[in-house]
Design a protein around this ligand. Structure first.
Ligand SMILES: C[S@@+](CC[C@H](N)C(=O)[O-])C[C@H]1O[C@@H](n2cnc3c(N)ncnc32)[C@H](O)[C@@H]1O
Length: 254
């Protein structure tokens, strides 16, 4: 998780994205908004419908960016331990409902009515109870960035899989990050579960991006087309390549 002064990408973002970048403390790569633009374009083109969810919100830096691509009828759900930090077993960030709520109302009043913050330990949720507890049905965009232990990652990926609609996108934070190897280990453990229905398509700025299994080839092809169109020089610069995660071809950036 790197917090870098924005270059390039930030200049073309709309006001909400820029406000989160400038005003909210947290850990988001400076070019993640470019990928969110792809998600918005993909979901508009494919008519993918669903809500927006983050598990592990801290002060909301990424959550507000995710919410900036919500539509009027979407719900945006922020799940964190918030003040219940005794259960933050590996001390990954430190959520604060007070700071999150202040930012929401001061910086993002336009979509504050779409947002629900839920204080919960993700380990208390199961694939069976998660829809009722969070009040969501289908979700089209999910960030998994809560507890970083192997058990948390396996649990939270299983919850995300349960909620994601076909063609939805999941961002898993700290994949291949040197400070949190348990995230990578947890991810590969998740990949072994019998009913695994997600497939990765992109490694970018400390995050692994996944979609639903059957939509992975189309999503990867559309993402490559997006890069050819939006980054025509960089795509041939050697910073991008195709690699393999599990049994999936993915694009990677370094
Ligand atoms: C790395 S921070 C999240 C950073 C955030 N996504 C951002 O954009 O800056 C991790 C968050 O997960 C929360 N957390 C840790 N364990 C959790 C659990 N078991 N259930 C829910 N949230 C948890 C922490 O309180 C913390 O706010």
């Amino acid at each position: 998780m790197q917090l870098v002064a924005g270059v390039g990408e930030v200049d073309v973002l709309d006001g909400a994205l820029r406000r989160s970048w400038n005003e909210v403390q947290g850990w988001v790569g400076d070019r993640i908004p470019h990928i969110l633009k792809f998600v918005r374009e993909l979901h508009d083109a494919q008519k993918v419908e669903g809500d927006i969810l983050e598990i592990g919100v801290h002060h909301g830096k990424l959550f507000f960016m995710l919410s900036a691509i919500s539509r009027d009828h979407d719900r945006c759900v922020a799940v964190d331990l918030f003040e219940d930090q005794d259960k933050n077993l590996d001390h990954s960030g430190k959520g604060s409902l007070a700071i999150f709520t202040r930012h929401l109302h001061e910086l993002f009043p336009d979509y504050a009515s779409r947002v629900t913050a839920i204080s919960a330990d993700s380990m208390s949720l199961t694939p069976v109870t998660v829809r009722g507890r969070l009040g969501v049905d289908g979700v089209r965009l999910i960030s998994v960035d809560g507890g970083h232990t192997i058990a948390h990652v396996v649990n939270d990926m299983a919850l995300a899989q349960e909620l994601l609609v076909p063609g939805g996108i999941i961002l898993l934070d700290d994949f291949l990050g040197v400070h949190w190897p348990t995230v990578t280990e947890g991810f590969y453990k998740y990949m072994q579960i019998a009913n695994r229905r997600l497939a990765p398509f992109l490694i970018f700025q400390n995050k692994l991006f996944l979609t639903t299994f059957s939509e992975q080839p189309e999503t990867l092809a559309r993402f490559r087309e997006f890069l050819d169109r939006t980054l025509p020089n960089e795509i041939h610069s050697g910073r991008w390549r195709y690699t393999t995660v599990g049994d999936n071809s993915v694009l990677s950036f370094a």
